[in-house]
Design a protein around this ligand. Structure first.
Ligand SMILES: Cc1cc2nc3c(=O)[nH]c(=O)nc-3n(C[C@H](O)[C@H](O)[C@H](O)COP(=O)(O)OP(=O)(O)OC[C@H]3O[C@@H](n4cnc5c(N)ncnc54)[C@H](O)[C@@H]3O)c2cc1C
Length: 417
């Protein structure tokens, strides 16, 4: 629904489309920029979904794990730079304000099956170590550990909104609105909503998966990569684990199982990566598969009073053998053996979640687009708005958000100066 206001300003606004982790970090960097400090252009954030809404698979930022675990290939300097920068910014935030930020610093262990190579970027993390081979379980070929970060999405997103309000001294408005097309930015009802008849100076498009259908963008190379996770309450788990079966293939390839503890005591267990799958509800067989996989890599998930039945079942299913078989075969086998069997973690489940990662064939789109020519009802001449795209982060939006926000701001600055 449109918010109407009678106060109209003549200064050209800057519009940020989207209020996920990408839109909100981009808005923060705009508000901190010399451009904003010199000219005080009103900034408006327009989004369909806002952080305190009921969870929706299409709003990836609120469903995400989320941890900082880069997939950046050794020769992908762009992605490495974004991920590195984001780690620095978040680590500093955590150092300054602790877990109230929604961030948790923890020891992350990466377990590899069928692959004995870690990404070079892990070596840049504090505490990087190659785990002694003799201490590894037989099903694991190679392992590294290092210090990393996890995020509690709603806490972090709400803090960003608070920061946006503080930085702007009330000069930013957040509007819940579904924009059908970029050209609607000069529609009278949108102008009434933002309280300005002036044509926007710039539009930063941070619409994630919405970039597939948003008129004027309609990027057909954007697609959902479905992820299903289980959220449990297990505050005793304070370390992160990921098992990677097969190579990443320069992106997010292979099969990943992960345990992501959050600062609030909840732990996210995952996961799946189902390209082009729009199924918005959890699948029970997937939940069973995840619950059996995570216990293999993190037995401490199961509290003492639930331990005995867990071990019995582990023997019955001979789960360790399954880790030796590859990808889909393994999944079929796991599904067959445990499709409906109870898990020792069942009583800890808070909820099962599904989200669509905003994937894009050629990776994140971070570039300036052609200017958007707009004319309002009263204007005879049309004016153009600078357009910057910042979407399509796939499964890496949280761990690259500050790096991409800073690049988007730099593009905006260059385009307007
Ligand atoms: C299960 C799962 C686990 C994940 N784990 C991790 C992880 O551990 N680490 C990591 O880095 N990433 C992870 N991700 C990926 C991460 O969540 C995404 O990359 C990130 O959230 C993308 O952010 P975004 O702001 O681009 O998109 P979204 O969060 O989807 O936000 C898009 C915004 O645009 C708005 N919008 C879209 N279209 C329109 C329109 N037409 N009009 C108005 N508003 C519109 C939406 O309402 C929303 O506000 C995970 C994702 C999933 C699903």
């Amino acid at each position: 629904m449109l918010e109407t206001t009678t106060v109209h300003t003549t200064q050209r606004p800057i519009i940020v489309l989207g209020a996920g982790i990408i839109g909100l970090t981009t808005a923060v960097r705009i508000l901190e920029s010399p451009l904003y400090h010199q000219h005080h252009h009103p900034v408006h954030i327009i989004a369909d979904h806002l952080p305190n809404d009921p969870l929706d698979p299409k709003y990836a930022s609120t469903i995400a794990g989320a941890h900082h675990l880069s997939f950046a290939d050794d020769d992908d300097e762009r992605q490495r730079r974004w991920d590195r920068r984001t780690f620095q910014v978040m680590y500093d935030e955590w150092r300054a304000d602790g877990e109230a930020t929604g961030l948790m610093v923890l020891k992350q262990t990466e377990l590899f099956v069928g692959n004995s190579r870690h990404l070079k970027i892990y070596e840049e993390h504090p505490g990087f170590t190659v785990v002694d081979q003799s201490s590894l379980p037989s099903a694991i070929d190679y392992s590294v550990s290092f210090t990393s970060l996890t995020m509690t999405p709603i806490t972090y997103l709400n803090r960003l909104i608070k920061r946006i309000n503080q930085l702007s001294d009330g000069n930013v408005s957040i509007h819940r609105h579904h924009l059908h097309s970029l050209s609607d930015l000069s529609h009278p009802s949108v102008q009434a909503m933002i309280g300005s008849r002036a044509i926007p100076l710039a539009v930063v498009v941070c619409t994630g998966l919405g970039s597939l259908t948003l008129g004027g963008v309609e990027d057909k190379t954007v697609f959902p990569t479905r992820g299903q996770v289980v959220k449990i309450k297990a505050p005793w788990v304070r370390s992160g684990y990921t098992r990677q079966i097969g190579g990443l293939n320069g992106g997010e390839g292979g099969e990943r199982t992960y345990v992501i503890p959050r600062a609030d005591g909840e732990v996210i267990l995952g996961g799946t990566r189902e390209e082009g799958d729009w199924m918005p509800y959890p699948r029970e067989e997937t939940t069973r598969d995840i619950l059996s996989r995570v216990v293999e890599i993190c037995p401490e998930l199961v509290p003492k009073h639930l331990l005995a039945p867990a071990l019995e079942r582990k023997q019955d299913n001979a789960i360790e053998d399954l880790t030796r078989t590859s990808g889909s075969n393994r999944k079929d086998a796991a599904t067959m053996s445990s499709a409906h069997s109870p898990s020792p973690l069942d009583s800890l489940i808070v909820e099962n979640l599904v989200g669509f990662r905003p994937s894009r064939q050629n990776g994140t789109r971070l570039e300036r687009g052609p200017n958007l020519v707009l004319s309002s009802k009263e204007e005879v001449a049309s004016e153009s708005a600078v357009v910057v795209y910042n979407y399509g982060h796939g499964g890496a939006g949280w761990q690259s958000c500050w790096g991409t926000a800073e690049d988007a701001m730099a593009l905006l600055d260059k385009s307007l100066s």
